[in-house]
Design a protein around this ligand. Sequence first.
Ligand SMILES: [Zn+2]
Length: 158
Amino acid sequence: MFKDQDALSRIVDKALRVLTLGGQSSYMTKYVTTIGSTIYVPADWNTRGDVERYATLRHEAVHLRQFRRYTLPGMGLAYLLPILPLGLAIGRARLEWEAYAETIRVNAELHGMRAVYDPHFRKYIVEQFTGPAYGWMWPFPRMVHRWIDEVVTEIENH
Ligand SMILES: [Zn+2]
């Protein structure tokens, strides 16, 4: 489903802009979002490369499984409520971490360990957790670095 053709996506976009004081302003144009059993994509989705789209879908597939496991209301509550909706969202951080761990694994598969060791790649992931993109869901960069280290070690030892 294309976000720009979807009323719910436009509402989410406006809410995110307000709640993050403009910090998350690329919900419609950059981010892919899974809600229930639907994956919502930005307008440029079909122009993105196959490799990039495959990697994105591996991340979203984790969310599809989570929605099946926890149901839509369960995911909604876990994603939005604990501990705070903004600034300290451990439910959202745990659910996103499961998906970003898959992002790291798929990048290792597609581009090799060099891509995973790239500091820009690491910085990008840390910023998803500590910055406005997901409402500052887990503002503890050292902890996110440690989570990344664990997955990288797991891949190295595989
Ligand atoms: Zn995600």
